[in-house]
Design a protein around this ligand. Structure first.
Ligand SMILES: *[C@@H]1O[C@H](CO)[C@@H](O)[C@H](O)[C@H]1NC(C)=O
Ligand SMILES: *[C@@H]1O[C@H](CO)[C@@H](O)[C@H](O)[C@H]1NC(C)=O
Length: 250
């Protein structure tokens, strides 16, 4: 008796843990694996699934990503007169749900798939708290406070390497590499706590916003080693849960 109940439980678990939710994906296009058609089809999948998955899916065990949260990261900041470390805590990132693919092209070689994406996001907003230890000329600064960084009209060119593999009779996709280059049209920086005097903070923010391109040029490569592996992991965690058979024409 026990073993039968055990077996039923296993079956029930097996069923509820099965990662195919037919209705959830039923309206999606099926892609041909012809190179010239695959890109266009993946673009449609991307543009349908990005907004749909923003609040996650408990059944598929996909975490919500709007906002995307992270607890802590720190990076080096070095420019002409400023040198030091910045630590960012309890950050929330808003905007990925509105990310749309404009162009997608694919290259297939056996099980290997290379994609090139151009995506466009109207607004990417990062809020959180920061703490820094900076040397500015001869001055030692230890500011801490809140920040709010907004990037407008972000065009991102992303190249990915990936592969199709088989598991339990289904085909899955995973990324092995990702290289993303986001370019905003404009950036707005807000932060407090740089100086004790809020008026000086205002002056500092005016200067920072005037030179946002330089600041962005330093932040992007310094923070890449944090967010690029994070993106890769997030995509792969989602890909692992959903076999791609249902998206491929036979
Ligand atoms: C982030 O912090 C929250 C609350 O303190 C905690 O529950 C969560 O596990 C942390 N996440 C990571 C990835 O460390
Ligand atoms: C951050 O700044 C943006 C742009 O000014 C604004 O839309 C947003 O509401 C701000 N968020 C917070 C939490 O202050």
């Amino acid at each position: 008796m026990h073993s039968i109940i055990g077996l039923l439980c296993l079956l029930a678990l097996g069923v509820s843990a099965a990662p195919t939710d037919k209705d959830y994906f039923a309206d999606l296009p099926k892609c041909s694996t012809e190179e010239d058609q695959l890109g266009e089809c993946v673009k449609e999948l991307f543009n349908t699934l990005t907004p749909r998955l923003k609040d996650g899916n408990p059944e598929l065990r996909i975490e919500p990503y709007e906002p995307l949260r992270f607890n802590r990261t720190s990076f080096q900041y070095t420019s002409g007169t400023v040198n030091g470390r910045i630590t960012v805590r309890n950050a929330k990132i808003y905007g990925f749900a509105a990310n749309r693919a404009k162009e997608v092209s694919a290259k297939l070689n056996g099980d290997k798939v290379k994609f090139r994406f151009v995506t466009q996001m109207p607004k990417l907003n990062i809020v959180g708290s920061y703490k820094a230890d900076l040397q500015v000329n001869q001055l030692q600064l230890k500011p801490k406070g809140e920040f709010n960084l907004t990037l407008y009209d972000v065009e991102t060119k992303t190249i990915t390497d990936g592969e199709i593999y088989e598991k339990d009779g289904h085909r899955y996709f995973r990324l092995t590499n990702l290289d993303a280059n986001p370019k905003p049209r404009d950036m707005e920086i807000k932060a407090n706590g740089i100086f004790e005097d809020p008026e000086l903070d205002k002056v500092a923010m005016n200067v920072a916003n005037q030179y946002w391109r330089d600041i962005y040029g330093i932040l992007l490569p310094e923070t890449r080693k944090f967010w690029q592996p994070l993106m890769l992991r997030m995509f792969n965690e989602a890909f692992e849960l959903v076999p791609i058979d249902q998206f491929l024409k036979e």
